[in-house]
Design a protein around this ligand. Structure first.
Ligand SMILES: CC(C)(COP(=O)(O)OP(=O)(O)OC[C@H]1O[C@@H](n2cnc3c(N)ncnc32)[C@H](O)[C@@H]1OP(=O)(O)O)[C@@H](O)C(=O)NCCC(=O)NCCS
Length: 181
C-alpha cells in the first residue's frame, strides 16, 4: 500500500532490529509503556504476534512504513480488529526523526480510507492517553472525532494516567460526507 510519501508493507521475521530501534526511544514509548521494549520481548512476543495477526486477519495488522524516497523505515501503522463488528482500531508509532512531517496523518488517513473503502467497515476508532496531545492531533487531522473519555486500572500507571484514556472515532456516513465536501 502506498501514500504520497510512504510505502506500507508487512513486517517479516527479519525485522526485529527495526522494532528494537523504534521502541528503544523513551520519548516514543512515553505514553505506551514508559520505557524501551527489551529485544527479547520483540523477538518472542511483539513480532510473533504481528506475524500471527496476518494469518488471522489477512486484511488487517501492523505495517512497516518506509519513506518512498529512500526506503528508510520510519515506524509502523496498524489496523486491528475492535470488539464491535465492522469496526477497526487504527494506531501508529513513528521514530522521533519522522515526527513533525505530517507522516502520521498521511498514513492514518490512508488506513481509514482502506477501512471504509476496500474493507467495508462501518466505524474506525483510535485510543490514546488523554495527555498524548500529539496523538490526539493526528486523530483530529485524520478526520476522527472525540467520542469518550474513560478510565482504566493499571497496576503500574504511567504519569498522566489519572487524566484517563480517550477514544476518537469516525463512522462511514461522516467519512463519506467528508469525501464529498
Ligand atoms: C503520535 C505521533 C505519531 C505524532 O507524530 P506527529 O509528527 O506529531 O504527527 P504528524 O506526522 O501528523 O505531523 C504533524 C506535524 O507535522 C507538520 N508538518 C510538516 N510538514 C508537513 C506536511 N507536509 N504535511 C502535513 N504536516 C506537516 C505539521 O504542521 C505538524 O506540526 P506540529 O506538530 O508542530 O503541529 C508521534 O508523536 C509518535 O509516534 N509518538 C509515539 C507513539 C505514540 O504515542 N503513538 C500513539 C499511541 S496511541
Amino acid at each position: 500500500m502506498e501514500t504520497e510519501r510512504l510505502r506500507l508493507r508487512r513486517f517479516t521475521a527479519d525485522d526485529v532490529g527495526l522494532l528494537v530501534d523504534l521502541d528503544s526511544d523513551p520519548e516514543v514509548m512515553r505514553f505506551l509503556t514508559g520505557q524501551p521494549t527489551p529485544r527479547k520481548e520483540i523477538e518472542n512476543v511483539v513480532l510473533p504476534e504481528i506475524l500471527k495477526m496476518y494469518g488471522e486477519h489477512p486484511e488487517l495488522g501492523t505495517f512497516a512504513a518506509e519513506q518512498k524516497v529512500d526506503g528508510a523505515f520510519i515506524g509502523w501503522f496498524g489496523l486491528q480488529p475492535a470488539a464491535t463488528p465492522k469496526t477497526v482500531d487504527v494506531g501508529y508509532r513513528l521514530k522521533r526523526t519522522a515526527w513533525g512531517k505530517g507522516y502520521a496523518t498521511e498514513g492514518t488517513r490512508a488506513l481509514i480510507d482502506k477501512a471504509f473503502g476496500e474493507l467495508g467497515m462501518e466505524r474506525v476508532v483510535a485510543d490514546t492517553m488523554a495527555v498524548n496531545h500529539r496523538s490526539r492531533a493526528v486523530m483530529r487531522r485524520s478526520g476522527l472525532r472525540f467520542a469518550r473519555l474513560y478510565h482504566e486500572h493499571f497496576d503500574d500507571p504511567l504519569p498522566g494516567t489519572e487524566f484517563g484514556e480517550v477514544e476518537y472515532a469516525v463512522d462511514r456516513r461522516t467519512w463519506e460526507a467528508g469525501r464529498r465536501a
